[in-house]
Design a protein around this ligand. Structure first.
Ligand SMILES: [Zn+2]
Length: 461
C-alpha cells in the first residue's frame, strides 16, 4: 500500500475512533428486535428507531440519506456515474436471551473489547460503513461510482428489508456485506427446508417433541409413551409420568444445522431408544426406522440425498424438530446443498426413500451462489485484506448459507469477524450472551473496507 495513503487512513481512524465508539454505543442503545408491525414501523418500533438512529448518525457525518419506507435506508457519497457500489449491514438484532453479565443495550468497554447486543452483528459494522463513506467524502476525490452504505432492518427474521430494497432500487454493480467472516465468503450453498409427516397414526406414543428451530441440531427430545415399564439407557432418562405412561428424555449435542459435524441429534437418540426397546407399535416403528436415517447420516446418504460438487463442502441434511401434529408425527428438514443438486431432486429422493411411510414437503428453496475468486472485484477485496492484515495466504471460502449476499446479483460476505483469532473468555459470540467485538479489529476492518472501495473505484465494470 502507498505509504501516504496508509498514513492518511491511519490518521483518519485515529481522529475518528472515539466518535466511532460513541456512535456504536448510541446505535446499540436502541433495542431493535422484530415485533408486530405498527403504522410506519413495518418490523415493529425497535427496528424503525434503529434505522432512524443510523440515519441520524449518517447525517451528522454530513452524508445524504434516503429512507425506503422504514424497511431499509441508505447513506450515499455521490459519484460521476449512475451505477454505484455498495455495502450492506443491518440494524435489527436477535433477542437478548439468557446469561448476560451486563445490560445488553449499554456498550461496556473492557480490555479494548466492546460488549453489547449487536456490537458485532451488525450494528458495529453498520457504523463502520458510515465512516467508510465519511472517508470517501473527505479524501476520496471525485468518485467514478457513487458509494452507498445500505442499512436493513429485517435481516435476522426474514430479509424483507433487502427484498424491498431491490424492488424499489436498482441493484449495485457490486456489493459487500460486513455481516460475515474474514477473509471473504464467495459462495453459499443452496438451502431448502421442509418436513416429513408419518402416514402411521400415533398408537403407543402419546406425544413426541424435540428441538426449537429448523436450523439447529437439537440437544433434547422427549416422548410420552404408553408402556408398563421403561429402562434407562445411555443419554436417556425415564420416569413414569402417570400410571402406564412413561416420559422418555433423550440428550444430544446441539449445533448449527449447516455444521453438523461434532453434533449428536437428540432426535436420533430418542428414535433409536424407542426402536431398540420396542416401545412403539409396528406401524410407528416403520416410520421411525425411516425417519432415523436422517439424524444417522447428516450427509443425506441414507435417504438418497448425498451430493458433493467439489466447490462446496458436501450436502448437509438435518432434522431440527420433531413433534406430534394431530395424530401423526412430523420431523422437520433443513438441507444445505451444493450446485449439483436442487430442491426437486432432493424431494424425489426423499419420496422414494419414504415410500408409503411418510409425506414429504419442501419449501422456500434458495439456490446456491458462487462467485469466482479470480473476478476483478473479489481480487480487489482480497488484495486490500492481505495488504492491511499481512495475511499473505488468505483465501476466500464458502459456507452453508444464508447471508445478505445471495440476494444481490453480484455480492459477497466480507468480514468483519475473525473466527481464527482468540479473544478473552468474557467475549461472547454473535446471537449469544455477552456478544463482543475487539475494537482494534473493528478499526482494522474499517481500514480494509476503505482500501477495498478505493480499489473498486478504479475498476471498469
Ligand atoms: Zn447479521
Amino acid at each position: 500500500m502507498d505509504q501516504d495513503l496508509k498514513r492518511l487512513i491511519d490518521q483518519f481512524i485515529e481522529e475518528n475512533k472515539e466518535n466511532i465508539l460513541w456512535d456504536i454505543t448510541r446505535l446499540v442503545a436502541v433495542p431493535s428486535v422484530e415485533e408486530a408491525p405498527e403504522p410506519e414501523a413495518p418490523f415493529g418500533p425497535g427496528p424503525r428507531k434503529a434505522l432512524d438512529m443510523a440515519q441520524t448518525i449518517a447525517r451528522e457525518l454530513d452524508l445524504e440519506t434516503v429512507d425506503l419506507d422504514h424497511k431499509a435506508a441508505y447513506a450515499v457519497v455521490p459519484g460521476e456515474r449512475d451505477e454505484y457500489l455498495a455495502t450492506i449491514c443491518h440494524v435489527d438484532v436477535v433477542p437478548v436471551g439468557e446469561g448476560w453479565t451486563s445490560d445488553p443495550w449499554t456498550v461496556q468497554v473492557r480490555d479494548d473489547c466492546l460488549i453489547g447486543r449487536g456490537v458485532m452483528d451488525d450494528k458495529g459494522p453498520a457504523v463502520l460503513t458510515l465512516y467508510l463513506l465519511k472517508f470517501l467524502k473527505e479524501h476520496g476525490g471525485a468518485l467514478r461510482y457513487p458509494v452507498r452504505a445500505i442499512l436493513g432492518a429485517n435481516e435476522e427474521t426474514g430479509m424483507q428489508d433487502v427484498e424491498h430494497y431491490l424492488a424499489v432500487e436498482k441493484a449495485p454493480l457490486f456489493c459487500f456485506s460486513p455481516d460475515a467472516d474474514f477473509p471473504l465468503i464467495n459462495g453459499e450453498k443452496g438451502i431448502v427446508r421442509g418436513r416429513i409427516r408419518s402416514a402411521a397414526k400415533l398408537e403407543k406414543i402419546v406425544e413426541i417433541k424435540g428441538g426449537v428451530a429448523y436450523n439447529a441440531v437439537p440437544s433434547k427430545a422427549e416422548a410420552w409413551v404408553q408402556a408398563a415399564h421403561a429402562e434407562p439407557a445411555e443419554d436417556i432418562e425415564v420416569e413414569e409420568a402417570r400410571p402406564g405412561v412413561w416420559h422418555i428424555t433423550a440428550h444430544g449435542i446441539g449445533g448449527h444445522a449447516s455444521l453438523p459435524e461434532g453434533t449428536k441429534s437428540a432426535i436420533g437418540v430418542l428414535e433409536h431408544y424407542l426402536l431398540d426397546h420396542q416401545m412403539v407399535s409396528e406401524k410407528e416403528a416403520e416410520f421411525l426406522r425411516f425417519a432415523v436415517r436422517i439424524p444417522d447420516a447428516p450427509d443425506g446418504s441414507l435417504v438418497g440425498c448425498a451430493a458433493d460438487d467439489g466447490l462446496f463442502t458436501p450436502l448437509t441434511l438435518v432434522s431440527g424438530m420433531i413433534y406430534s401434529e394431530e395424530d401423526r408425527m412430523v420431523q422437520t428438514l433443513d438441507c444445505r446443498f451444493p450446485t449439483n443438486t436442487n430442491g426437486a431432486r432432493l424431494k424425489a429422493a426423499l419420496e422414494e426413500a419414504a415410500g408409503s411411510l411418510a409425506e414429504v414437503e419442501l419449501e422456500g428453496e434458495a439456490k446456491p451462489f458462487f462467485k469466482h475468486p479470480t473476478s476483478q472485484e473479489l481480487k480487489a477485496c482480497m488484495e486490500a485484506y492481505r495488504e492491511v492484515t499481512g495475511e499473505k495466504n488468505a483465501q476466500p471460502f464458502t459456507i452453508g448459507g444464508g447471508t445478505y449476499a445471495r440476494h444481490f446479483p453480484n455480492a459477497v460476505g466480507f468480514g468483519p469477524e475473525h473466527p481464527e483469532r482468540k479473544y478473552p473468555d468474557f467475549v461472547g459470540s454473535i446471537h449469544g450472551a455477552n456478544e463482543g467485538a475487539y475494537f482494534p479489529d473493528l478499526l482494522e476492518a474499517l481500514k480494509v473496507y476503505i482500501l477495498t472501495l478505493l480499489k473498486l473505484e478504479e475498476l471498469d465494470f
